[in-house]
Design a protein around this ligand. Structure first.
Ligand SMILES: [Zn+2]
Length: 149
């Protein structure tokens, strides 16, 4: 990222990571927070603490902790939410800072939004603050149990 260009994720993290979306987990390399883009309950983002575009730029710590963290996040998600699938993908087009979308796909999600259709899921209405806070509390508890050490 060029000097003077603000990165949305770096800016948010410099504010403590919680300016937008509930933080579920944080360590020296990663922040896991609830997405504030849609009303999909449990939609998490795993964000690099360091500004990198993708894992080709990961340092040794990021490279060695990414897989175990993602696995733990997915186990916690399955423990808390009735998901038939968990979608994981990274695009880095709108925000060129490494972040992984981790989306629980429940049995009630309309077929039009399954698979690649998830990218056309509506942004409005946004997340319900109370439901999001409750699900984040459950995910935090489940993640403490599921963290691979
Ligand atoms: Zn950044």
């Amino acid at each position: 990222m060029a000097l003077g260009q603000a990165c949305v994720i770096c800016s948010r993290q410099s504010l403590g990571g919680s300016a937008e979306g509930e933080v579920v987990y944080m360590d020296e390399s990663w922040v896991v927070r609830h997405s504030s883009e849609t009303n999909l309950l449990g939609y998490l983002l795993v964000e690099s603490r360091r500004h990198i575009l993708d894992l080709s730029q990961a340092d040794a710590c990021q490279a060695s902790t990414y897989g175990p963290l993602l696995s733990s996040v997915m186990k916690a998600m399955r423990a808390v939410l009735p998901c038939e699938r968990i979608y994981t993908f990274t695009l880095a087009e709108a925000v060129p800072h490494f972040h992984v979308h981790v989306i629980p796909r429940t049995a009630t999600l309309p077929k039009a939004f399954r698979g690649r259709g998830i990218l056309s899921y509506p942004l409005q209405p946004g997340p319900d603050k109370n439901l999001t806070a409750e699900i984040c509390a459950r995910l935090r508890r489940a993640l403490r149990v599921c963290l691979v050490r």
